[in-house]
Design a protein around this ligand. Sequence first.
Ligand SMILES: NC(=O)C1=CN([C@@H]2O[C@H](COP(=O)(O)OP(=O)(O)OC[C@H]3O[C@@H](n4cnc5c(N)ncnc54)[C@H](OP(=O)(O)O)[C@@H]3O)[C@@H](O)[C@H]2O)C=CC1
Length: 331
Amino acid sequence: MPWDVIKLNDGTSIPNIAFGTWTLGNGQQSTDKVDQAISVGFNHIDTAQSYRNEYEAGIAIKESGLDRNDLYITTKYSGLNGLDIETSINNSLNNLGVKYVDLYLIHHPRLAQPDIPTAWKQMEKVKADGLAKSIGVSNFQIADLEILLASAKVKPAANQILLHPYVVGRQTPLIQYAFDNNIAIEAYSVLIPLTHQPGGPVDGPVKDIATRLDVKPEQVLLAWAKAKGVIVVTSSSKKERLEGYLAAGDIDLTPEDVNNIDNAGAIGARRMTARTVIRRAAIAALIVAVIFGICSYMGFLPSMFLLHISQSNALIATVVFFILLALKLYF
Ligand SMILES: NC(=O)C1=CN([C@@H]2O[C@H](COP(=O)(O)OP(=O)(O)OC[C@H]3O[C@@H](n4cnc5c(N)ncnc54)[C@H](OP(=O)(O)O)[C@@H]3O)[C@@H](O)[C@H]2O)C=CC1
């Protein structure tokens, strides 16, 4: 199935791939990149107050000459300059040069001030006033959604979250909770295995699938996210990559492909957890070794430690530190 639209709980439809403006910076280059994305066929632009390029995106939107109904525009309340939600959306609309956005999100639960129910009431007003067709959230966990849903008159239409194979395990309960409550999931940073964690266990299955289907690894990852039934928010500064992203809508992975990527992601996630534990233990051992070393050198015992300080303690702690360091390098 090619990229399509997903029906939201408020009856509107959202294109299931978006071009994000987070890393574009500002100025003319930013407008050019949004221009490029629209010209290759992206009709869903994802921006935010905090990306500081809504104005540049707005110029590209205007220059595209597209009818407003043919573009889907998302922006987010990022709490910039301490402004409230109503003032912020009006600023965003001015920057973007549009009368409404299709989707307005609270960028992060900690920005929902003074608390989630009060902030959500303001979001409901934004929708009632016609400034946003749909309202939603981003980076909300299950506990945040529970608080919101307890008093919401309008359910959030979507929750935009981090989703890639190394976090899919821990994000699955959140995705399931959202789906059970008819809240769509938007996935960002799907390409992390290529951009930030190359050489990890996900590389193998992704490369194998890419070779078998004669496509690029990034296309496999986007197809993987699409197979999860989520809306993909991605980006690129390169025209060929953007064309590849859109073509990835035609890639249908088998359930086995998706499982292989999930399983490799789980292995990577376990390794990362092990690394974190080892790193923390190594730091603790190093601190102990240094304290033991200093105390041993100075020949005194600080009463707060209540430990028998000797050179052999310092030696043991140092050895433990190097063993942990070796383990960390191994993992
Ligand atoms: N709600 C939130 O809190 C957040 C939302 N977002 C949204 O999601 C959008 C996308 O986020 P982002 O993390 O950039 O998403 P992606 O994971 O989709 O990464 C996009 C980047 O991947 C690079 N890339 C593509 N293919 C490869 C490859 N084969 N090897 C190496 N690099 C590759 C591109 O680089 P190149 O330009 O060179 O092609 C591009 O910079 C943001 O713009 C924003 O709209 C993002 C983060 C947080």
